[in-house]
Design a protein around this ligand. Sequence first.
Ligand code: MN
Length: 424
Amino acid sequence: MKLDDRIIAQHNQKSVDIHKSKFEFLITQVDYSESIISKLIDFQIAIPSWALGNGGTRFGRFAGGGEPRNLEEKIEDVGLMHKLNRSANAISLHIPWDIPKDYQAIRDLAKAHDLRFDAMNSNTFQDQKGQEKSYKYGSLQHVDTAVRKQAIDHNIEVIKHGIELGSKSLTVWLADGSCFPGQLNFRTAFQNTLESLKEIYAALPSDWKMFVEYKAYEPNFYSTTVGDWGQSLLYASKLGPKAYTLVDLGHHLPNANIEQIVSLLLMEGKLGGFHFNDSKYGDDDLTAGSIKPYQLFLIFNELIEGMDDRKMNHATDLGWMIDASHNVKDPLEDLLQSVEAIMIAYTQALLVDRKALREAQLKNDVARAQEILQDSFRTDVRPLVAEARLRSGGALNPISLFRELNVRAELIRERGMKTAATGL
Ligand SMILES: [Mn+2]
């Protein structure tokens, strides 16, 4: 379904006065509010095609109803979301779940929704119907050259689809690893993976990036061949200037200091992209900011500090994407909440008084440093985020409007109850 500008304007009319009074109050306390608003308008987060349906667990999957049945409907869902919040102008596709049948038609549809194509994602973590070789014991690391070749060819095919759609990056996440001690020779697995990645890297167009995503564990539970940021950085460094590390917030061991990882990767010029989600225990794929909002703020604090130090463009120099797959919420409501949480954390981090923080650090004034950070974190910046949305034509309250319009009921009527957006 497509949303009319007039409907958004009517929705905003109802709450614009109360918004304006909150906004006017907030900007009396905030320096550079206009510059912050323009950064917020520019900041866009890509939506993965697999987040538009309900995910499952190893125990099963509960369909939510009205999930997109094909690539066209996935683009329509992201288009609707972007229309509501004006902060989700890209979709990230997964191959083979989203292979376009007609590139031109898919490009035109995305354009009609004001969307572009973000990173392409390959899949060597499961076997597809009719696939010749199995990835049961890994893909790019596999002891059998023929399996490695099949996985390399698949990644190169993903790049080709991406070129047709105007994407500029490939994300490689590998499930490769081992479940038991002795199963793998670690060095051989690393070398095989590196050699395979080199062949994929060689197929990248000159203006593309390759993101090497790491993950501590799952589906392998003893070792993972790209298991942490050190290993990812090793691969990315050996591959060359187009290869970068990708940080997924759910892919660390418990209590890892992700903000420090981000800071050092930026320092080395090797942070490429980001997958947002939140977690209580592991790769829980919960809504961004739902469990550890302070951590999300601290990560953004390091991102801004590091990007500004390198004179990077916040909006375009790193890949920003949500990577989540939820089991109980309406996927579109969940994604709207995630984007809002990301925008809030970004705004809070933009408020940090960096000069004062630097001074406190140089004086070893620990309490003052904490005050400076927490002062920003405890500021209710929602009116700034809403103002940016309002100025870019979005809804003051995207989720309220989504509910008022009964979007999900309409999607269920169109698409049915038992549809699935992923190939899981
Ligand atoms: Mn991820």
